[in-house]
Ligand binder design. Structure first.
Ligand SMILES: [Zn+2]
Length: 391
């Protein structure tokens, strides 16, 4: 849609420029025609053998010059219009770049095992999104072996998330209580947030719900006092405004429906991290990363074609660095300060005896018959003392 809008903006520019030029040209031509006709009438009205006076010659010359200038100016305007029109074509080319094949490698999925892996990833994605029937169908048609353990966690998570969407906190609370220790170990405030929402849900029913709300607070909040004292105090403040309605009180922000959106996110994040799953499906992460990187890759491909150079040789390495933002950074990377290359499995970072880190290729290049002088501090050491490190 964004692309369509970008092209449409260029088309609008052409249209407005075109109508402005047309209007201007019509007016100027009309003026010139009128002037010329008036002049012609004036000359025609004179006697047949009349010779032009110097003033008439001057006027005639001026008129001819004016006509020439105007025609030239109209031609220039027309040329300008052409460049605006060609911008539309460029906008279409830029926004609807089509040759994606040049940026991908089809052989990646060509072997049957890899195709099977791809099916498996797609299938897992469907389980994750709670589309169990589609996932089952795909598993069956693609002949995938799905263990119960593969879909079990997602089935449960999705059931709980569905209940949260319908503002039913029960299953989520049960789950949080069952995993209380592990959640506490990862510093999660999920259980408190669930109780808080349940409490807010109760208290917003007005004065009639006061006893229930007090009872709920007494039963559940004491265990969270050490961690969430301030928030509990705030919740207790809501009682003051119960008679006049909380929606008009300073606590009205606690009735924000966004808290329900937030609780689903907190639940997904904490539950996934507890189960050792990534929050986003790996498939959607890959596709999003690919979509974000595609324009840059298409650009570099075009530049390479224009200049007839190829800098895209490394099969597992992109020719340029593409920043996908913080949320897509999963682990630290190490770039060798000597070779100025990112480390790979084949060329991992090595820690020298003195504590400096360089890549293994650099280490091998700098070693001289079992001796190595650190390029940063000139400590002499044996290359075999260097240790592989993991990021
Ligand atoms: Zn050193």
């Amino acid at each position: 849609m964004e692309y369509c809008n970008a092209v449409e903006r260029e088309v609008d520019k052409v249209l407005s420029k075109f109508s402005a030029i047309k209007e201007h040209a019509d007016r100027v031509m009309r003026d010139i025609t009128n002037n010329t006709e008036a002049l012609k009438n004036e000359f025609d009205s004179g006697p047949a053998d009349h010779e032009l006076t110097p003033t008439q010659i001057l006027i005639l010359k001026q008129t001819v010059n004016k006509i020439r200038d105007t025609v030239q100016k109209l031609a220039t305007d027309h040329r300008d219009l052409h460049s605006t029109v060609s911008k539309v074509g460029k906008a279409i080319d830029r926004n609807f770049a089509s040759d994606f094949a040049s940026t991908s490698r089809e052989d990646v999925f060509s072997s049957p095992e890899k195709a099977q892996l791809l099916n498996q990833i797609i299938c897992q994605h469907f389980y994750r999104q709670g589309m169990l029937d589609i996932a089952d169908e795909l598993a069956q048609e693609a002949g995938l072996k799905i263990e119960d353990g593969d879909k079990e966690p997602f089935t449960e998570l999705n059931r709980i998330l569905d209940c949260l969407k319908q503002r039913d906190l029960g299953p989520a609370l049960q789950w949080a209580q069952a995993h209380r220790d592990s959640l506490a170990a990862q510093n999660s405030s999920l259980e408190f947030k669930l109780h808080r929402l349940q409490f807010i849900d109760l208290i917003q029913h007005g004065p009639s719900a006061q006893d229930d709300a007090i009872h709920y607070a007494r039963t559940h909040f004491h265990q969270f006092v050490s961690q969430h004292e301030k928030e509990i105090q705030t919740l207790m403040g809501m009682f003051l405004f119960l008679p006049h309605g909380i929606s008009t009180s300073p606590y009205s922000y606690l009735l924000d429906p966004n808290l329900w959106v937030e609780i689903s996110e907190v639940f997904t994040r904490d539950a996934c991290s507890l189960l050792g799953l990534s929050v986003d499906s790996p498939l959607s992460v890959c596709i999003n990363a690919g979509c974000a990187a595609l324009p840059a890759l298409l650009n570099i491909k075009q530049v390479m074609q224009q200049r007839q150079v190829s800098i895209w040789n490394g099969k597992d390495e992109l020719p340029i660095e593409i920043d996908l933002g913080d949320e897509n950074r999963y682990h630290s990377v190490f770039a060798c300060p000597i070779l100025r290359q990112q480390s790979t499995e084949a060329n991992p970072p090595m820690r020298l005896l003195c504590g400096h880190v360089i890549s293994r290729d650099a280490l091998n290049k700098l070693s001289n018959v079992n001796k190595l002088k650190c390029p940063y501090c000139p400590v002499e050491q044996s290359p075999s003392d260097a240790r592989l490190i993991y990021f």
